[in-house]
Design a protein around this ligand. Structure first.
Ligand code: HEM
Ligand code: HEM
Length: 213
C-alpha cells in the first residue's frame, strides 16, 4: 500500500476544510470559518506528527528530497522519463507537501489570534494568550490568504500534468491507497486514526473559548 488510511483520510478532510475555510473566510461567515480553520489546523498537527511516527511512505524522512535528487528529478520530468515507480511522493511532490503544510499552517496559527475588529475575537485572544499578537497575526492572516487558492491551483495542475504528460495515475492511489508489497498493520492504522481524532478534536475544542453567535 502506498498511502495508508490515516494519510488518505487526512488528505480528503484537509482538502474539504481548506476549501471550507477559504470560502467562509472570504464571505465573513466567521462561525463556520472558525470550525473549518480549527479543524484544518488540527489536521496539520496530525500530519506533522504522522510525518515522524507514521506509516513508511508518510514519513518526512521517506520523501524529503536532497537538492541533488530534486534537480535530477526535475531534469528527468522535462525529458519525460522520471522514475514513475517511486513508492510515495516524488521529490517535487515531497517539496510541495512541505510548502502546502507550511503556508496552510501559518494561516491556521495566525488565525488563532485573528479577530474581525467588530464582534469576533479569536480563541487565543479570548484566552488572554499573548494579546499583543492579535494585531500582527491578523495582518499576516489577511496578507497571506491569497497563497491558499494559488497553491491549490498549482497542486491540481501538477496532478493533471502527471496524468497527461507522464501518464501517471496519482489520484486513484490517493483514493484507494494503491498497491505495494508492504501494508500497514491494523495497529498502525488504529494508532493513526486515534491520533487524527485527538488532533482535530483538541483543535476544535478551542472553539469553546469563543462565544457562539
Ligand atoms: C488553514 C486555516 C485557515 C484558512 C485557509 C483561512 C483563510 C481565511 C481567509 C481566506 C480569510 C478572508 C481574508 C480576507 O478576505 O481578507 C480569513 C479571514 C479570517 N479568519 Fe481565517 N483561515 C484559517 C484559519 C483561521 C482560524 C483557525 C481562525 C480562528 C479561529 C480564523 C479567523 C479568521 C477571522 C476572524 C477572519 C476575518 C478577518 C477580518 O474580517 O478582518 N482563521 N481566513
Ligand atoms: C484544498 C484542496 C487540497 C489541498 C489543500 C491538498 C493538499 C494535499 C497535500 C498536503 C498532499 C500531501 C499528502 C500527504 O503526504 O499527506 C496532497 C497530495 C495529493 N493530493 Fe491533494 N489537496 C487538495 C485537493 C486535492 C484534489 C481536489 C485532488 C484531486 C484531484 C488532490 C489529489 C492529490 C493527490 C493525487 C495527492 C498525492 C500525490 C502523490 O501521489 O504524490 N488533492 N494534497
Amino acid at each position: 500500500m502506498i498511502w495508508d488510511l490515516p494519510t488518505r483520510l487526512f488528505h480528503w478532510s484537509f482538502a474539504a476544510c481548506i476549501i471550507g475555510a477559504f470560502i467562509s473566510g472570504e464571505r465573513g461567515a466567521l462561525e463556520a470559518h472558525e470550525y473549518f480553520g480549527l479543524a484544518a489546523t488540527g489536521l496539520i498537527v496530525f500530519r506533522l506528527i504522522w510525518g515522524f511516527i507514521g506509516y513508511e511512505t508518510a514519513r518526512f524522512a521517506h520523501f524529503l528530497p536532497a537538492p541533488a535528487t530534486l534537480i535530477a528529478y526535475i531534469k528527468a520530468v522535462f525529458a519525460r522519463r522520471p522514475n514513475l515507480m517511486i513508492d510515495g511522493h516524488n521529490p517535487l511532490g515531497g517539496l510541495a507537501v512541505i510548502v502546502m503544510l507550511s503556508v496552510m499552517g501559518v494561516m491556521g496559527v495566525t488565525g488563532l489570534w485573528t479577530g474581525d475588529d467588530v464582534l469576533y475575537d479569536a480563541p487565543l485572544t479570548v484566552a488572554g494568550v499573548a494579546p499583543q499578537l492579535a494585531q500582527p497575526m491578523a495582518v499576516w492572516h489577511e496578507k497571506l490568504h491569497f497563497l491558499v487558492p494559488l497553491l491549490v491551483l498549482i497542486h491540481l495542475l501538477a496532478i493533471i500534468a502527471h496524468r497527461l504528460w507522464l501518464k501517471e495515475k496519482l489520484l486513484s492511489r490517493m483514493i484507494s491507497g494503491g498497491t505495494a508489497e508492504h501494508r500497514p498493520t491494523r495497529n498502525e492504522t488504529i494508532k493513526g486514526l486515534v491520533l487524527l481524532g485527538l488532533c482535530v478534536g483538541g483543535s476544535l475544542s478551542l472553539s469553546l473559548l469563543t462565544p457562539t453567535y
